[in-house]
Write a protein that binds this ligand. Structure first.
Ligand code: ZN
Length: 341
């Protein structure tokens, strides 16, 4: 499903996007799932919204596989996710590509930060970071900068001990703000977050999520990031990183999530949450897409729709700002009632 010669594909794509951008000012939109399990209806809804945002502007739409976690990423999940996106009617303008294949570009960005003296090694374990970040309102497990303040001697001792290290951004406690298209003005003090786990010249080292996302979006001309609002809190980090790297900051649109009946993030325990599970229950794809649209405030409940039909009527102003609740039992009853009519 992925293109074998990803380098030239991305060059071609970047050129394509640039040409399109000049012509119609259409910066690409994207969906970027992690291949760690099947997509659930919440993921599919976010993908549908991201696609509608891009397509309603006649902009290119891209899919990126965020497989930086080698332990949890699986090719079968990647294939299943792409198949599900296609099945609900979402299309894209370049072959999907894997984040793990772009290490050279991530490394280049890291070296640019290092050359500016903007990164430092951190030897803290997760538990140590948690313990140190005891400020009552510390969001995001904000890192308190412990290793930034180590003396040269302490640093040398850590290096000699050979403990696993990560590289953090020396963010300088700057406040980064941005205007979210749905959530409005948003800002936070950026902590010294991790930009690289392990060492960049060690194949076992891995670029951190925030670095990879910022570089990958900028590289292919993604100008609009539509994603779940659970990521809103991490966006100031990415905004600041883009600025430090001299990259364009994309427009952000954080959309509400789909929750289970207990108000938790959707997961397997909520019941039938994947496309395959919905279809196995006798639901048609158009009924699933109709639910996705209706749950976001974009269609009347109980409507059967194709993605194209959702797009044709798409009005961002109608997007429900509250999270949607997926109640599989109620959904089943609704479907049965609908069919009985
Ligand atoms: Zn540390």
């Amino acid at each position: 499903m992925l293109h074998p010669d990803i380098g030239s594909t991305l060059d071609g794509l970047a050129a394509h996007v640039r040409v399109r951008s000049c012509q119609v000012m259409a910066a690409a939109g994207r969906f970027a799932p992690s291949p760690t399990g099947p997509l659930h209806l919440g993921n599919l809804r976010t993908a549908l919204l991201a696609w509608c945002f891009a397509r309603s502007r006649q902009a290119p739409f891209l899919v990126r596989v965020e497989d930086l976690d080698p332990q949890r990423s699986r090719p079968e999940h990647e294939a299943g996710q792409l198949a599900d996106l296609a099945a609900v009617g979402i299309d894209w303008d370049a072959p999907p590509w894997r984040q793990s294949e772009r290490r050279d570009r991530h490394r280049e960005a890291f070296e640019r930060l290092r050359a500016q003296g903007l990164v430092y090694r951190c030897w803290c374990t997760r538990a140590e970071v948690r313990e140190a970040a005891q400020a009552p309102h510390a969001a995001l497990d904000a890192y308190p900068g412990t290793c930034r303040r180590l003396s040269a001697g302490e640093r040398a001792a850590c290096e000699r001990a050979g403990r696993a290290a990560a590289w953090r951004l020396d963010a300088g406690a700057v406040r980064a703000s941005f205007e979210d298209a749905l959530a409005g003005e948003s800002s936070a003090v950026v902590d010294d977050f991790v930009v690289w786990r392990g060492e960049p010249d060690d194949p076992a080292g891995v670029p951190a999520y925030n670095l990879a996302v910022v570089v990958d979006d900028a590289d292919v001309g993604v100008g609009e990031v539509v994603r779940g609002d659970d990521l809103l809190a991490t966006t100031p980090r990415q905004v600041q990183l883009a600025r430090l790297l001299g990259l364009e900051v994309p427009r952000h649109v954080h959309v509400p999530l789909v929750l289970d009946v207990e108000g938790r993030r959707l997961s397997k325990r909520a019941g039938a949450v994947t496309l395959a599970e919905r279809l196995a229950r006798g639901e048609a794809v158009e009924e699933v897409v109709g639910w996705l649209a209706a749950s976001a405030g974009l269609a009347a409940p109980g409507t059967s729709l194709t993605a194209r039909e959702v797009l044709a009527a798409f009005d961002p102003a109608q997007i429900d700002r509250e999270p949607a609740i997926l109640d599989p039992a109620r959904r089943l009853a609704e479907l049965e009632a609908g069919r009985g009519r």
